[in-house]
Ligand binder design. Structure first.
Ligand code: KG4
Ligand code: ZN
Length: 340
């Protein structure tokens, strides 16, 4: 089965070809980071225009690399939400055009489910498991049962982790995106430099805006007093605190749900401290931690094709796979919320 994945929810235009849910024949990603850097973050209107400019070339290159044509494609998987509305519309409209011209069915995919399914491209995943989703827009703890049902058991009440990394980096003048820079700076700093109070948030929910404000306030105070400090120390204190919270809550959830696997997903899953610390802490509880390779952590279309593959495989009524297509606006994660 050949699935063509299309992802355009933020600042990456990506088209991938995935065979039988296992083999990535191509995963072409055209990143706009260099363009948005100048503004310190993604400018939605510019993102939409760039997607329009690039998407046809990205498709051509992906098909060429896979040595296939559209006639070989069985399904088109496209991200329908969440994301920037204009950016999403480019991918969805493009998918609809291809579908109409070539009579290929479309499977709409939720972006966050795509991030989670990136793991299935590289690992034999044993369900049930707990997934920690950490991206620029999300921070969720999700329980996934044997039948691929997603139950959201915790989420951020304010900022997402990636978003707070990007905001802290902007204030400290470290550029965009902030996550990868803070990741590197951590190893040149002292994580005990600033003691940051951890927010008291119930169960598996999170809050990062207070931590972000503590960092920004410290920087302001030093500027007002005209005092120097090492930015690496502040970055390390910030990341250390955030990773401690993420690891503690995720492991507690895995223990409570009695699962033996934790799956990391989303752009922040590329963070080296989070990968290492979560693995070390989980091993002590006999829990396995898996995460996608670096290229599959951030936005890409192979993960979208993979989520579609499992949607086809696990949906009893085939037409359910194709639902939601008109829902290209802001949709909630298609999961039920447990009482928390
Ligand atoms: O999943 P993603 O590509 O886009 C969204 O769906 O949001 O995630 C992007 C986020 C950005 O906030 C970026 O700063 C963060 O992932 N990120 C990282 C690292 N690489 C990317 N955060 C921490 N450490 C990293 N190495
Ligand atoms: Zn993403």
């Amino acid at each position: 089965m050949i699935i063509l994945g299309i992802e355009s929810s933020c600042d990456e235009t990506s088209i991938a070809v995935v065979k039988d849910g296992k083999e990535i024949l191509s995963n072409n990603i055209s990143s706009q980071i260099e363009i948005h850097k100048e503004y310190g973050g993604v400018v939605p209107e510019i993102a939409s225009r760039q997607h329009i400019k690039n998407i046809a070339t990205v498709l051509e290159e992906s098909l060429a690399e896979a040595q296939l044509t559209l006639d070989d494609v069985d399904y088109i998987a496209v991200t329908y939400a969440p994301g920037l509305i204009g950016a999403l519309l480019v991918g969805i409209s493009f998918a609809k055009g291809l579908s109409y011209a070539k009579n290929i069915p479309i499977i709409p995919v939720h972006h966050i489910k795509g991030h989670i399914y990136a793991n299935f491209l590289e690992h034999e995943v044993k369900l049930p498991c707990i997934s920690l989703v950490v991206s620029g827009g999300h921070t969720n703890i999700i329980y996934i049962d044997e039948n691929h049902n997603f139950i959201n058991i915790g989420e951020t009440l304010d900022d997402a982790v990636g978003e707070s990394c990007d905001k802290v980096a902007r204030v400290l003048g470290l550029g965009y995106p902030g996550g990868p820079v803070i990741d590197k700076m951590y190893y040149q700093g002292n994580r005990n430099f600033l003691k940051i109070t951890k927010p008291k948030v119930a169960k598996y929910d999170f809050s990062f805006s207070g931590i972000k404000t503590a960092i920004i306030n410290f920087d302001n105070k030093m500027k007002m007093k005209n005092e120097e400090y090492k930015k690496e120390d502040l970055a390390a204190s910030f990341l250390g605190t955030v990773v401690d919270i993420l690891c503690d809550k995720t492991i507690s959830a895995a223990v409570e749900k009695n699962v033996k696997t934790i799956m990391l997903a989303g752009g922040v899953a590329a963070n080296s401290l989070l990968r290492k610390q979560l693995k070390e802490m989980a091993e002590k509880k006999d829990i396995k931690v898996i995460y996608p390779s670096m290229k599959l952590c951030t936005d890409n279309a192979a993960m979208i094709a993979e989520a579609a593959y499992y949607k086809l495989k696990n949906t009893s009524k085939i037409e359910d796979c194709f639902a939601n297509l008109e829902l290209n606006g802001i949709a909630t994660l298609n999961v039920s919320n447990e009482n928390r």
